[in-house]
Ligand binder design. Sequence first.
Ligand code: DGL
Length: 258
Amino acid sequence: MNSSPIGFFDSGIGGVSVWKEVKKLLPKENTIYYADSKNSPYGSKSISEIQNISIKNSNWLLDKGCKLIVVACNTATTNAINLLRKKFQIPFVGIEPGIKPALKKSKKGKIGVLATKGTLSSELFEKTTKSIETNNYDIIESHGDGIVEIIESGDFENDELESILIEYLKPMIDYGIDQLVLGCTHYFIIQDLIQKIIGNNIMINNYNIAVASQVERILIREKIVNSEKNEIYNDFYSNGNNFALEKLLGKKNSVIEI
Ligand code: DGL
């Protein structure tokens, strides 16, 4: 059991940003990454569509023998993780936009959240922000419509991407935020471009590190840390867009088409 892989899924390549942090902390764990590019983007889908897709992806990873699943997607986490935890026996770790840590770090009490429509309209997101807003913090939100599609095309240096980002981020900059929450795992792939646009006075919090620590805590708690000495594997599967995933991973890891 301990040498069983940790599974990851996302609507494509975004969750690789989470996978990287988990591997940095837990290099001795085997992993399987499922890029569900065929169903991308999740952000504009209904709650029941996102839930059904998340169940399907989890079943796929369970068939591969995963001992823990990381829902490497904010949209799937905020809309489906409670259901997944009820439905399946193994532990699930999810990603939620790190609003509370960003507010803690904010000197002005003003933060921006760039996320998909599906995340911003989810019950879990509303619950979190409502409990905070009563304390007089200012949270300015923007739907990152169209960004995931461009990233999924593998064209991370696209001019259109920069102008879309400026359109979404300019109101936040003008509003005077000092922390920006990237509420979609895909956005971490273009973090440098986002940082260039917002400038160095606005911080981006990498909460994927906290996700990796949570995975480690659960492996220890459940006594399922990999202690075997066999060669480690990291398998990447994609059902639609090998180009972007291969570009992101470089030559080190090959992508299996399904
Ligand atoms: N990476 C997903 C997230 O974190 C992208 C969502 C989408 O497919 O729209 O929300």
